[in-house]
Design a protein around this ligand. Sequence first.
Ligand code: ATP
Length: 211
Amino acid sequence: MSAAAPVIALTGGIGSGKSTVADLLGRHGAVVIDTDAIAHELTAANQPGTRAIAHEFGAEYLDEQGRLDRKRMRELVFSDAAAKQRLESLLHPLIRSEVTSRIANCSGKSAVEVPYIVLVVPLLVETSAYRELARRVLVVDCDEELQVARVMRRSGLTPDAVRAIMANQVSRARRLEHADDVVRNDGDLAALESAVAALHEQYVRLRTDGR
Ligand code: ATP
C-alpha cells in the first residue's frame, strides 16, 4: 500500500492564473479540488449553504431559482462587515468539510488514479484553515499590472476596482513567503504549460518515492 496522495495547496492573487494552472495539472492527471467551485455548488438551489443563508439572512437573498442571489449578497457584505463575518462563518465550515470528505474519498486509491491532489484555495495565506491539510504550497505569481490587465479583460472591472480587491488580499511578497514552489505566470500559455509540466513531474515523485 503506497502512502496517501499528497495534497498540494495552490494559491495566488486574483487573476494570477490559479484556475489555469489547476486545469493544466488536472490534464496531467491530478485530482483538483477547488474551494471556490465548492462554494458555488453549496449555494446552488436546495444545497446546505443556500438553506443556511436563507435561514440566517432571509429568503430575499435567494433568486427566483432558489440559488444564492450573489449580487444582492455582495452588496450587503460590501457595506456590512458583520454580515460578511456571519456569511463566512456559515459557509467556511461547510466548504472545509466538503474538502476533507473529497480528500478522504481519494484515500485507498492508487497512485495512477490519484497521483496527487491539487487543492485550490485563493485565500490560503489569509485564512490559514487549509494549510495543515497540504504537503506543499504552490503559489502562482505574476506581475501585479498583468493581474490587473487579466482581471479587467475577463470581468470588465475598472483598474481601480481590481486594485481595491488586490489591496484586500495579502501582499505578493507575503504570499511568496509561504510558498514551497512558485510558478511564474508572466509569459504566454506555452511558457506556463512547460513550467506546469515540470511541477507535475515533481509532484508525481512525492508519492511514488514515498516521501
Ligand atoms: P481568480 O482569482 O479571479 O479566480 P485565477 O487566479 O484563477 O483568477 P485565471 O482565471 O486562471 O486566474 O486567469 C485569469 C485570466 O487570465 C483568465 O482569463 C485566463 O484565461 C487568463 N490567463 C491566465 N494565464 C494566462 C497566460 N499565461 N497568458 C494569457 N492569459 C492568461
